[in-house]
Write a protein that binds this ligand. Structure first.
Ligand code: NAG
Ligand code: NAG
Ligand code: NAG
Length: 211
């Protein structure tokens, strides 16, 4: 009975994982039309270049808006903006599953929402105290513009295409590291499935040997 429930759970996870794979918007298809800057807020309230940030204590200040040199109407479909904190792997030895996936639904690198606001073309500012449960790693800030249907249509970020400039080096107070966080839903679905398979084969073997 337990193993049947296990198989069912694994199948549901696996199916939802496959469904996700087929519906995501591709990051490479989004227009980079938003300007995003991010700075660290010093204790005296002044802005500084990104550096070492302590989770749960330090604040970062994010600014975003439309690149005003783009043609009028560029932003006609933009309805909301969500600003996110994104993990930027600095190491070249990262495993494949830690790297950015082009499919936005499968990309687990931008998991931390900073703020969601109605779209406004002029520069907006938001000060954010870095949440205490965010793991130690280097990060950048990205803003996505969504249309009325909630589909991502544009973006902007405070770093370059190689994600190697203006990075925040975040230090977690809980000592948690990003590797535990980035493991995708798909990865877990396959683990559950292989575990279920293992239990079934063990059970079958046990039955056979007890005969
Ligand atoms: C604010 O603090 C930073 C670093 O602690 C310092 O470099 C800067 O000069 C200070 N600015 C003012 C206006 O006090
Ligand atoms: C804004 O758009 C113009 C025109 O496409 C482009 O040349 C420029 O690099 C953009 N600015 C930024 C900061 O992305
Ligand atoms: C857009 O932002 C500007 C600057 O922050 C503000 O003055 C204006 O009222 C905002 N417009 C809307 C429609 O919220």
């Amino acid at each position: 009975m337990a193993s049947r429930a296990g198989i069912l759970l694994a199948s549901v996870l696996l199916l939802s994982c496959l469904a996700e794979t087929s519906y995501g918007v591709l990051f490479s298809s989004l227009k980079q039309s938003l300007i995003v800057t991010a700075s660290q807020v010093e204790a005296n309230g002044t802005d500084a270049s990104p550096g070492l940030v302590k989770a749960g204590e330090d604040k970062i200040s994010v600014k975003w808006g439309l690149n005003q040199s783009l043609p009028a109407g560029t932003d006609s479909a933009y309805k909301t903006i969500t600003v996110k904190l994104c993990y930027a792997p600095v190491s070249q030895v990262d495993r494949a599953w830690r790297k950015t996936v082009d499919n936005l639904v499968k990309d687990k690198t931008c998991q931390h929402n900073i703020v969601t606001k109605p779209y406004n073309a002029s520069m907006q500012t938001f000060q954010w105290t870095v949440e205490r449960d965010i793991p130690t790693a280097t990060y950048f800030v990205r803003a996505y513009a969504y249309d009325a249907a909630g589909v991502a249509v544009a973006y902007g970020q405070n770093t370059g295409p190689h994600k190697d400039s203006n990075l925040f080096e975040l230090q977690s107070i809980t000592g948690r590291h990003v590797t535990l966080d980035i493991v995708s839903i798909c990865f877990s679905a396959f683990s559950v499935l292989s575990l279920a398979g293992f239990f079934i084969s063990e059970k079958t073997r046990a039955k056979k040997s007890s005969r």
